[in-house]
Design a protein around this ligand. Structure first.
Ligand code: NAD
Length: 298
């Protein structure tokens, strides 16, 4: 398979993933509405295209890492979208968009003979930099084999199934757990601080005990206890993921009361502290309601 691929959406996740491909000897044709991030990658050897269509005119395989389902729809099927490109055969969506959007885009691109592969990732910006993401793929099996040399650069691959949207469902299940762990850990630590416990000791105990999660292991020590709020994932994206999960539960006709409560807490974080802020701000919702401050030892 050609070592020339396209990459669209060079944000917190896209740039480190694209850099890993450059480092593996891939030639990249890139596009981002933010010219500055595209230029930063051009300085490392990538070719900047003028639109998604121009990327799809240049390469057979295009990877995209975009913030919302609507933007994925626009970049793939809108004016100057990938669908109008002359060369593209496969579009790999690394974004979190939900299974219904994946199915919709898959059907739209299939009309033009282009396969849309949903391949959301988990593991955060740190995982994107290190190439240790969990990469969930739903596609035809032959396509999965063709994509493996490319995708193995960004993490560990999991073939989820051959129906469009299956990998998105997997991703939403994973992120519900991540979102719930942040919400529940925030509440538990807030309660302890209200009772006079030291939050640093609480986190140490939880990490040695049965309450451990990525919230207690990574997010609290790195971004909440030192009051940095800079983990690298926005509240808007976490809130989006939980809403997509609720949409999924409605589509499937299943009730998910825990997910409902988790969604409410992320909605409040989004409304009170801003969607563009780091998602570790969820602790401030608890602090506000309990009248505490969760601050670790210096
Ligand atoms: P981001 O906002 O940092 O980056 C998105 C990039 O897309 C930006 O550079 C933006 O300029 C670009 N963009 C927006 N509209 C565009 C358009 N119309 N055409 C071309 N480029 C456009 O987001 P991110 O954190 O990198 O997340 C990307 C996706 O990956 C999201 O779907 C997110 O849910 C998912 N994700 C993020 C993380 C994380 O930790 N940040 C982890 C796993 C999955």
């Amino acid at each position: 398979m050609s070592k020339h691929v396209g990459f669209i959406g060079l944000g917190a996740m896209g740039t480190p993933m694209a850099e890993r491909l450059l480092n593996d000897g891939y030639t990249l044709t890139i596009f981002d509405v933010n010219a500055a991030v595209a230029q930063a990658l051009a300085a490392k050897g990538a070719h900047v295209a003028a639109s998604p269509q121009a990327v799809a005119d240049a390469v057979e395989t295009v990877l995209i890492s975009l913030p919302t389902p609507d933007i994925v729809k626009q970049v793939t099927t809108g004016p100057a979208g990938l669908i109008h490109g002359s060369k593209v055969k496969t579009v790999v969506d690394l974004s979190t968009t939900g299974s219904s959007m994946a199915q919709w885009v898959h059907a739209a691109l299939a009309v033009k003979g282009v396969e849309f592969v949903d391949s959301p990732v988990s593991g955060g910006r740190g995982g994107a930099i290190a190439g240790t993401l969990a990469v969930m793929v739903s596609s035809q099996t032959a396509t999965y084999e063709q994509l493996t040399p490319i995708l193995k650069n960004i993490g560990k691959l999991f073939f989820i199934g051959d129906k469009p949207g299956m990998a998105q469902t997997m991703k939403l299940a994973n992120n519900l757990l991540s979102a719930a762990a942040m919400a529940a850990t925030s509440e538990a630590i807030g309660m302890g601080v209200k009772a006079g416990l030291d939050p640093s000791i609480m986190i140490d105990v939880i990490n040695a005990g049965s309450g451990m999660s990525t919230a207690s292991r990574d997010k609290f020590p790195r971004a909440i206890l030192p009051r940095k709020f800079d983990y690298g994932f926005t509240t808007a994206l976490m809130y989006k993921d939980v809403r997509l999960c609720m949409q999924e539960s409605q589509d499937l006709g299943v009730s998910m009361p825990v997910a409902n409560a988790v969604r409410d807490m992320w909605q409040k974080t989004n409304d009170d502290f801003g969607g563009d802020q780091d998602f570790t701000n969820i602790i401030r919702v608890v602090e506000q309601s309990m009248g505490v401050e969760v601050k670790g030892k210096a």
